[in-house]
Design a protein around this ligand. Structure first.
Ligand SMILES: Cc1cc2nc3c(=O)[nH]c(=O)nc-3n(C[C@H](O)[C@H](O)[C@H](O)COP(=O)(O)O)c2cc1C
Length: 139
């Protein structure tokens, strides 16, 4: 059977809540993406939004433990807060380092319930990963 897992980044807790609920409902393991540095809200908006729009990355904690947990999974449910319509830079960093044999199911968590689905999907596919599904979650 296809092995699935849940990976998330959460700045203020909403995405963690959504990812955990989904994982519990579906009996899946969760892995949290953590940034090397954490910043206050002002910096996060001023720097995080332009980075998100560009699809840029930030430094995240070493990916090795994630890879060990993820190596058997074929489908990765990636939960990301939506920043400026796009995925969060920590999630971009995670996706860039993920082995290319994974299918990605995007769960985009936002205040408005809408994200730049086409741009986000194209960016993931450009990394050589397949987008198997896309869900918008209003937080
Ligand atoms: C830097 C930043 C940018 C955001 N940009 C958007 C946006 O473009 N559209 C939207 O609906 N919500 C936006 N939000 C709101 C978050 O997507 C929303 O609050 C989400 O639930 C946060 O998840 P978290 O608590 O896991 O960090 C933004 C929040 C932050 C901090």
């Amino acid at each position: 059977m296809e092995k699935q897992t849940v990976v998330y980044y959460s700045y203020s807790g909403n995405t963690k809540k959504a990812a955990t609920a989904f994982a519990n409902e579906n009996n899946l393991q969760t892995t949290e993406i953590k940034t090397l540095k954490t910043h206050g809200k002002f910096y996060t908006f001023m720097v995080g939004c332009p980075k998100s729009i560009r699809g840029s990355k930030v430094k995240i904690m070493p990916l090795k433990p994630y890879i060990e947990e993820l190596q058997d999974a074929t489908m990765v449910h990636v939960f990301s807060p939506v920043w400026a319509g796009c995925l969060n830079p920590a999630v971009n960093a995670f996706l860039a380092e993920l082995p290319k044999d994974k299918q990605i199911f995007v769960h985009a968590v936002s205040a408005g319930g809408e994200s730049a689905k086409v741009t986000v999907s194209e960016r993931i596919e450009k990394l050589g990963l397949a987008v198997a599904g896309y869900e918008e979650i209003k937080s």
